[in-house]
Design a protein around this ligand. Sequence first.
Ligand SMILES: NC(=O)CC(=O)C(=O)O
Length: 290
Amino acid sequence: MSPLLKTLSIALIQLHTTANKSSNLLKVKQYVQKALTEKPSLDLVMLPECFNSPYSVTEFRNYAENVPNGETTKFLSELAKEHKVFIIGGSIPELGLDNKVYNTSLSFDKTGKLIAKHRKVHLFDIDIPNGITFKESITLSGGEKATVFDLDGYGNVGLGICYDIRFPELAAIAARKNSFAMFYPGAFNTTTGPLHWHLLARARAIDNQTYVVLCSPARDLSSGYHAYGHSLIVDPNGKIIVEAGENEEIVYGELDPSYIDQIRSGIPITTQRRFDVYDDVSVNAKVSDI
Ligand SMILES: NC(=O)CC(=O)C(=O)O
């Protein structure tokens, strides 16, 4: 039987982020209201990576907040409660009790309760000649756990952040722990986006026969980092069912349990794995319990 228990109606909010945290939060509020006006039956809204701050190694610490006592955690919790909607809260720079800064995604249930916290595990340190150089590890520390949690009434989901999608293990761990979808807030860029954004989303969906959902900031060529955009939902057969362009936009989709069953019964890889030949990465995985 599908790990998704009933159809989940979702919205991905692709928006520009600026250097002004208050105006970023206000914009999120306005877009969430717009999404619920356009689709009152929505179950879940998702935000992009670093939606309250610039995506910049020199800025992460300046914008970092405590979780759960910081401004953005409270803001998201109230928004979820007010609209009775699940929120996969993109990501924000988090100032840990250890004084380290993390790239952290927070999720809330329909009562505003914090139900998941994922710290980006794989830091985005790359250097592509004539392309892009970026080194998150200059100011960020990596998380130490995979994240799988229960979307009450719908089943389990997994959560990763952006560069985490390049490492198939987190999605495999989530799928083996009975998840029906993997959510990745992500800010690929104009070099790596055209190369790998769609391929990676489709690959993780096909690997695990789950939905894969990516939510990006909108592209802003006047900012220091040119996000790719193209927020999308991929179905368990690897097909893109909805995709944004580069600008601010909300895209909507339905995650359907019967489709997971259909794909898994046609190509039954979920029951054909050979853990006598190779290890199951989920067995000794460290998984977050918030
Ligand atoms: N920004 C990221 O974390 C990842 C990215 O842009 C890429 O993998 O490409």
